[in-house]
Design a protein around this ligand. Structure first.
Ligand code: SF4
Ligand code: SF4
Length: 228
């Protein structure tokens, strides 16, 4: 899921002031931002109170099923067309993809209410960790299912670096070095003590913006899409 954190409130207020917005509509996201406790109903109501405390009016709010779903967000905007047309601006408590989907769905100025920080694993309730940066050229088959690109702070494919000490990472000193973990798991799985050196990554597989179209005959892709 996409992990978000609250955006500096001063920036949101400055955005509203820039367009002279006295009336605001709020939109959240029923998926990632709800799980991350940043853009669900509770946080929308908190944002509503904060905006009202500045003397502005909140014309309405909505938490759609998935903010980054184009059809669903357009439908949600249609359901609230009156409240949105009464507003001078829309503030979205969702990831950047969700904010852009809302901006495509309404004619008012749309501002982000959150910062999008990483693709995260849910380790347990309220605890998220970054395990994959979606590089488009996965090496997990060679690294026992542990991503060195993401879990080594230096992103080294072949480690450990010279700073590893006693098996611990020199950057995140409370964590074991990613390459020590990789080697231990490979050894436990009987996959050899000395793993092969990984080749430099092919960053052409991570061209932006990624797109995949499964509706076309063979499926077209670009950037983050599939090799076909
Ligand atoms: S190698 Fe790339 S695709 Fe695979 S887990 Fe790491 S960042 Fe993600
Ligand atoms: S100690 Fe290991 S995990 Fe930490 S930066 Fe060096 S190679 Fe990466």
């Amino acid at each position: 899921m996409i992990i978000t954190r609250p955006r500096d409130w001063a920036r949101i207020k400055a955005n509203l002031a820039e367009v002279g917005a006295e009336k605001v509509f709020l939109m959240g996201c029923g998926q990632c931002a709800t799980v991350a406790s940043t853009g669900g109903e509770k946080e929308i109501l908190q944002a509503k109170a904060a905006i009202e405390a500045t003397g502005r009016t909140v014309t309405g709010w909505a938490v759609g099923e998935v903010a980054c779903h184009s059809g669903g967000t357009k439908l949600e905007a249609r359901k609230h067309v009156g409240d949105i047309s009464d507003a001078d601006a829309v503030v979205v408590l969702a990831c950047g993809a969700g904010v852009q989907t809302v901006a495509d769905s309404v004619s008012k100025p749309v501002f982000p209410g959150l910062e999008s920080v990483f693709l995260g694993n849910v380790v347990r309730h309220g605890v998220f960790e970054e395990r994959c940066q979606m590089c488009g050229d996965c090496v997990l088959d060679k690294t026992a299912g542990i991503c060195p690109v993401t879990t080594c702070p230096k992103g080294l494919l072949n480690g450990p670096c010279g700073g590893m000490w006693g098996g611990m990472c020199e950057v995140l000193t409370d964590r074991e070095c990613a390459h020590v973990r990789i080697q231990r798991r490979l050894t436990e799985q009987g996959r050899g003590r000395g793993r092969a050196t990984l080749e430099p990554k092919d960053f052409s597989k991570k061209l932006k913006p990624g797109s995949v179209n499964l509706r076309e005959k063979k499926g077209t892709s670009a950037g983050g899409g599939r090799d076909e």
